[in-house]
Design a protein around this ligand. Structure first.
Ligand SMILES: *Cc1c(COP(=O)(O)O)cnc(C)c1O
Length: 370
């Protein structure tokens, strides 16, 4: 088979030890469900993020769903959420028949604007029960202000840290500020198990409850006894084996993503037409994707130009309040995420990229600028 020369946005990058761990899972015949690799993977997340409890699941979307279910979010409840995010962040609200209330971004973090959060709480038709805040592209939202506001109003803080594993705010890991945090191991994330997610919490009882729902809500009996319904959301031992191997290289992957960002900044930083996604002064992101905006140039033209050279790039997330699905949804907007969507582009940022490849992409972009 010919090696593909396409430059992808964020392809999987194996550590080299995955097959070893998979083989050991096969030897023990713990294939699925669960097994010792699942526990190991959960422990490695607890260690890396300094969080006491973790639950390995089939996806981050499933993890968010369980978070809402365990918190008793149900029909008619209002759940505040970042508008500038991926749908996987939001669909769990709909699974619970709850009502999303979208909040726009600020320009200093590109993430949820704390001032608008306060406004949304004031204007909500009834008291919101929870907030799902997303740390986009691996960069933290203003977690200090956001957690203070949630505390003051008795609103559960859930962090969608699907893209921000290893990012920190004032030295504390993203995903560990709220009652629940969620990480994703989907194929394009900074680490991948081919597909998977992790739910973390400082509360053992809540993780125990989520584990109960994740395995069909079986009561304690030798036969199958049910007083509640659950889901089939647990991660298999084989995928967890991949996760254990991936966790060994988390620090190296973050360092490389940040380096790729620095390379792009060296190449494009003094082009006045270009602004990179900012980083809050007290935060350190994982720079999952290098993203930027163009002042006057249409990013779609640049995307097509890169495509001609077999280079993948992508528009920024289209805000939820602009999605046809949420035409009539509650929202507080200030135009920021819409502008970012219209002017922005995600650049190839895979950790196997060389400096030469970053230069190649950058040169094409400079050529394509007006
Ligand atoms: C990838 C992603 C998700 C969903 O993760 P899955 O593991 O694919 O379910 C949710 N939110 C954000 C912001 C993501 O980037």
């Amino acid at each position: 088979m010919m090696k593909s020369t396409r430059l992808f946005l964020s392809p999987p990058h194996m550590s080299g030890r995955e097959q070893e761990y998979i083989a050991s899972a096969f030897e023990s015949n713990y294939i699925a469900p669960m097994g010792p690799m699942v526990e190991k993977f959960e422990e490695s997340i607890c260690t890396a993020t300094h969080t006491p409890h973790a639950l390995a699941l089939s996806s981050a979307t499933a993890a968010l769903h369980l978070a809402l279910r365990v918190l008793g979010i149900t029909e008619g409840d209002i759940v505040l959420a970042s508008s500038f995010t991926f749908i996987g962040s939001i669909s769990p609200i709909l699974y619970q028949n709850a009502t999303p209330f979208f909040i726009d971004s600020d320009t200093t973090s590109w993430n949820l604007d704390p001032q608008l959060l306060e406004e949304a709480i004031r204007k909500a038709p009834k008291k919101p029960k929870a907030l799902i805040v997303t740390h986009l592209y691996g960069q933290c939202a203003d977690l200090k202000k956001i957690s203070q506001i949630c505390d003051a109003h008795g609103i559960h803080l859930i962090e969608d840290a699907a893209e921000s594993l290893g990012a920190s705010f004032e030295g504390k890991q993203s995903g560990t500020f709220g009652i629940f945090g969620v990480y994703s191991f989907n194929g394009n994330k900074i680490l991948t198990t081919s597909g998977g997610g992790m739910l973390v919490s400082p509360h053992r009882d809540l993780i125990d409850k989520a584990r109960f729902y994740s395995t069909q809500a079986r009561d304690d009996a030798p036969h199958y006894e049910h007083t509640e319904f659950g889901y089939n959301y647990r991660m298999s031992n084989i995928l967890a084996a991949i996760g254990v191997a991936q966790m060994d290289v988390l620090d190296a992957r973050i360092a490389k993503r940040r380096k790729i960002f620095e390379w792009y900044r060296e190449e494009l930083g003094d082009v006045s037409e270009i602004s990179f996604m900012p980083e809050l002064p007290n935060a350190s992101g994982n720079r999952w994707l290098t993203t930027l905006t163009f002042e006057h140039t249409n990013p779609n033209a640049l995307r097509l130009l890169l495509e001609e050279e077999n280079i993948e790039s992508r528009p920024l997330w289209k805000p939820m309040h602009l999605q046809p699905l949420f035409k009539h949804a509650l929202c507080i907007q200030n135009g920021t995420s819409q502008t970012l969507f219209e002017k922005g582009l995600c650049l190839p940022s895979g950790t196997q990229m060389s400096r030469e490849e970053v230069e190649r992409v950058s040169t094409l972009i400079k050529k394509g600028l007006k």
